[in-house]
Design a protein around this ligand. Structure first.
Ligand code: MG
Length: 237
């Protein structure tokens, strides 16, 4: 991955996107259950004593560091990297748990290449990027507020099944989702270049695609001089 500042930026969430947070938390919570203790609560609406156990688990830097990676999430990260995106991990850090921050840093060092940047924030809406990969609808909505043309890749989970947005690709791991993701990323790369040479459908002329102004220009044959504009047509990718 290049550290070229001109590279398009992919912001990548950790928990439940590339690291098995929820699954690990519930599994380790179960180890703290007494033999006959019933499970009469639901995740996110758990009683205080269960929340206290969760906090105990999350106090360990080692717990965060050793969260198993999500294979599909890392696959998408590799696709973005191979297409030239600069990978920046963008993860929320518990406000009063420095061990979690340390564990997240160590996780990144263990599971991703050395040149991977990491931002730990309480507000992802503040962070610039061309694409965000995140599973949590509230963070997605907040980020899109500041990046109305940004692309979001949302790993599919039960809690985000009802969330949809025109900028969001829900990644259910299918080949169709992979194609949609590649297509969306490709559009970002083309837009990033501002103008991309395209072939005339009749094979007669050369065109430049000016995506900023959403138009296609025909160039002079052989001279590459832009005429201004010969074909002010809309040419969507
Ligand atoms: Mg997450």
């Amino acid at each position: 991955m290049s550290e070229d500042k001109a590279c398009p930026i992919a912001l990548v969430d950790m928990d439940n996107s590339i690291a098995k947070y929820e699954e690990s938390l519930l599994k380790d919570l179960d180890k703290l259950r007494s033999p006959n203790e019933p499970i009469n609560w639901e995740y996110h609406t758990e009683p205080d004593y269960i929340r206290a156990r969760m906090d105990l688990i999350r106090l360990s830097s080692t717990w965060w560091e050793n969260l198993p990676p999500i294979t599909r999430g890392l696959e998408i990260v590799n696709i973005m990297r191979s297409m030239g995106f600069r990978i920046v991990i963008c993860t929320q850090g518990p406000r009063k748990n420095a061990a979690a921050w340390q564990g997240k840093m160590l996780w990144v060092q263990k599971n991703l290449p050395d040149d991977t940047d990491i931002i730990i924030t309480r507000d992802k809406g503040l962070i610039y990027g061309n694409v965000l990969m995140d599973d949590f609808p509230d963070y997605i909505t907040n980020w899109l507020k500041h990046r109305p043309r940004g692309l979001v890749i949302m790993p599919a989970h039960h809690y985000n099944k009802d969330f949809s947005h025109s900028n969001v690709i829900r990644d259910d791991g299918s080949p169709e989702a992979t194609e949609k993701i590649k297509d969306g990323l490709n559009k970002i790369i083309l837009k990033d270049k501002d103008a991309e040479k395209v072939n005339d459908v009749h094979g007669c002329h050369n065109y430049l695609r000016d995506l900023k102004n959403d138009r296609v220009f025909r160039t002079d044959c052989g001279k590459g001089i832009l005429k201004n504009p010969i074909m002010p047509i809309t040419y969507h990718l």
